[in-house]
Design a binder for this molecule. Structure first.
Ligand code: FMN
Length: 211
């Protein structure tokens, strides 16, 4: 077997990338365009994600059109206004949060789950693992982006059907992620939602259990 072995230093770097990865929103993106080679690197990272039965059930739509982005942003505005209602006791706080970077980010990528027609090895008992495979691809992109000092934000406050229509996606596709990507003026060391005291990191002892 000729698979590469990594050094302790390389593992430490990966740990650092994992811990320094951040969700980046419109308040941090700069205008600097992403070089095509970088976009290729990010997509290559996505395409090397694990997938159930090696089904690779994904499609990545690179959104360059400002008109399309404007339409997606309108979907966010509507969905966000509705979302605000769910936080009745924290509405003022919610309104102050910046939760997307659709127009500010130099690049948007929509990620779809494209279900297979026939049975997929490994997916017969838990059909949702197809979707999980696409999430693995998104995480690969997120980590690769951070390693390249590129910011990435995941926007999920959207009407998925409207986004599908705007992007001309087939009926069978499912929107998994709408990503905003670009260079930033810096990265926060901690999640922004933690810094703004919206949420705290859970104590590891409460989420790890031995049996
Ligand atoms: C599935 C998923 C959906 C998310 N959707 C949004 C979103 O719509 N808007 C937003 O601002 N952040 C979104 N986020 C980012 C989270 O808020 C963020 O990951 C979390 O606050 C932790 O911060 P960090 O990613 O900087 O560590 C999403 C993250 C995930 C994994």
């Amino acid at each position: 077997m000729n698979g590469k072995l990594f050094t302790a230093e390389e593992a430490a770097t990966l740990q650092d990338i994992i811990q320094q990865r951040r969700d980046v929103r419109g308040n941090r993106f700069t205008d600097r365009p992403l070089e095509p080679e970088r976009v290729e690197q990010l997509l290559t990272a996505a395409l090397h994600a694990p997938s159930v039965g090696f089904s690779q059930p994904w499609e990545f739509v690179v959104v360059n059109s400002p008109i399309i982005r404007q339409q997606i942003r309108e979907s966010f505005d509507e969905a966000n206004a509705a979302a605000q209602q769910a936080f009745s006791d924290r509405q003022a706080e919610y309104t102050r949060l910046k939760l997307e970077g659709i127009l500010e980010a130099p690049l948007n990528i929509a990620v779809f789950y494209t279900p297979s027609q026939g049975p997929v090895l490994g997916q017969t008992s838990m059909p949702e693992v197809g979707l999980y495979s696409v999430v693995c691809a998104v995480q690969n992109m997120w980590l690769m982006a951070r390693a390249l000092n590129i910011g990435m934000g995941w926007v999920s406050i959207l009407d998925a059907d409207r986004v599908k229509r705007v992007l001309g996606a087939p009926e069978s596709h499912r929107l998994v992620a709408y990503l905003c990507l670009g260079y930033t003026d810096g990265f926060y060391e901690r999640p922004e939602l933690e810094m703004l005291e919206w949420e705290r990191r859970r104590d590891r002892n409460t989420v790890i259990r031995q049996v």
